[in-house]
Ligand binder design. Structure first.
Ligand SMILES: [Zn+2]
Length: 333
C-alpha cells in the first residue's frame, strides 16, 4: 500500500482517511480560493474531484491563483487545473467541466456529490449552490476572500442554517466589494481556501464542521465567529429553490478585473462552432480557430471566445450593452 497518505492517516486514523478515497466533491470556480481548496483535496486523496470553471487563465490571475503558471495564459482554467492536480495526485479521478453554472445546468452538473465547495466570486453562483443544498441535502462550504479578509461558512440545511437564513437575497452588485473595488491579497485567499479545505475534510470524514461563520481580517489580525440565525428561513424550511427554478435567457456582465464582458445564456444552448466559423471569418475578414471546446477570433478590436453552450467572452473595450447587441446580431438570441 502506498504511503502517500501516511502523515494524514496518523492524524485522522485509518477509517476516516479511507473515507476520503470514497468521497466525491465538486469545486465550483477554480480561481483564487478554488485553486487552494482543490489542491488540498487532491493531495488529501479525495477519490473524485469535479472541477467546474467557465474562464480562461489571465495574466492578472497569477498573483493569487496558485494552480496556474505563465504558460497557462489563455488556457481554460478547468483543464489547466485538472492537469496540474493530476501531477500532484494521479491516483484520484479528476474531471474538468468547462461551464458556467446556471439554473439551467446546476442540477445536472452538481448532482451526486458528497460535498460542494464554493470557489466562486459571485453571489449568483452561491445562491444556486445554496438551493442545490436545500433541494438535495448536499452540504456546501461558502468561501470568500476580498482585500485581506476571508470568510468561510460550512452550510448543510436542515442540520444548519442556510445562506438565505443569513442573507435573504443576493446583494445588488453595487453593494458589495469585488476584487476590482477592494483588491485582494494572495495570502488572504490562501487562508480562506485552506480553512475551507479543512472544513471539507471534516465533512467528508463524518465530523461536525465549524458551526459558525468564520471571518478574518488578516491584515489587522481580527477574527470573528458569527453564530448563524437560530430562526430558519422559509426557503430551507419549505425547500423553496427560487434560484434553481428561475429562468432567464441572455445576460451580459463586466468581467472582474479585466476589460471585457461575459455573455451567458440560460438554458445553455448548443452552438455549432464549426458552422459559425466561416460566418465569423466572412464578417471579420480574419481567421477564427475552432477547438473541441471553443471558437476564438477577433471582431472590432475585441478578442472573442465562443463556447458550445452558447456562452461568450469578449475581451476589449466593449460595454455590456454593446456586447449584448453584438451577440444578438452575430449569434442570434
Ligand atoms: Zn434558510
Amino acid at each position: 500500500m502506498s504511503d502517500r497518505y501516511a502523515k494524514q492517516r496518523i492524524y485522522l486514523g485509518k477509517d476516516r482517511d479511507a473515507r476520503l478515497r470514497a468521497a466525491r466533491v465538486a469545486v465550483v470556480g477554480l480561481g483564487a480560493t478554488g485553486s487552494v481548496i482543490a489542491s488540498w483535496l487532491a493531495r488529501a486523496g479525495v477519490g473524485h474531484l469535479t472541477l467546474v470553471d467557465r474562464d480562461l487563465v489571465e495574466r492578472s490571475n497569477l498573483q493569487r491563483q496558485i494552480l496556474y503558471g505563465e504558460g497557462d495564459r489563455g488556457r481554460l482554467k478547468a483543464e489547466a487545473a485538472a492537469e496540474r492536480l493530476r501531477e500532484a495526485n494521479s491516483e484520484i479521478e479528476l474531471r474538468a467541466v468547462v461551464a458556467d453554472l446556471t439554473s439551467g445546468n446546476a442540477r445536472e452538473l452538481l448532482g451526486g456529490f458528497d460535498l460542494l465547495c464554493d470557489g466562486t466570486d459571485n453571489f449568483e453562483a452561491r445562491f444556486l449552490l445554496n438551493d442545490l443544498s436545500i433541494e438535495a441535502g448536499t452540504p456546501w462550504i461558502y468561501t470568500g476572500a476580498i482585500g485581506a479578509e476571508a470568510v468561510i461558512w460550512p452550510i448543510h440545511p436542515p442540520r444548519t442554517a442556510c445562506l438565505r437564513c443569513l442573507i435573504e437575497e443576493p446583494p445588488s452588485s453595487g453593494d458589495v466589494d469585488t476584487c476590482d473595488s477592494a483588491g485582494v491579497l494572495g495570502p488572504a485567499v490562501g487562508v480562506a481556501g485552506s480553512w475551507a479545505a479543512l472544513e471539507a475534510l471534516k465533512v467528508l470524514t463524518g465530523e461536525m464542521p465549524q458551526a459558525e461563520l468564520a471571518r478574518f481580517d488578516l491584515w489587522n489580525g481580527e477574527r470573528q465567529f458569527l453564530k448563524p440565525p437560530k430562526t430558519r428561513c422559509r426557503f430551507c424550511t419549505d425547500k423553496v429553490t427560487e434560484f434553481l427554478d428561475e429562468r432567464w435567457t441572455l445576460r451580459a456582465s463586466a468581467l472582474c478585473g479585466l476589460e471585457g464582458v461575459q455573455i451567458r445564456v440560460n438554458p445553455p444552448g448548443k452552438l455549432d462552432l464549426e458552422a459559425l466559423k466561416p460566418r465569423l471569418e466572412a464578417r471579420t475578414e480574419s481567421p477564427w480557430k475552432v477547438s473541441d471546446l471553443a471558437l476564438k477570433g477577433e471582431d472590432g478590436g475585441n478578442r472573442v471566445t465562443l463556447f458550445r453552450d452558447g456562452r461568450a467572452l469578449l475581451h476589449g473595450p466593449m460595454s455590456p450593452e454593446r456586447a449584448r447587441s453584438w451577440y444578438a446580431e452575430v449569434i442570434g438570441s
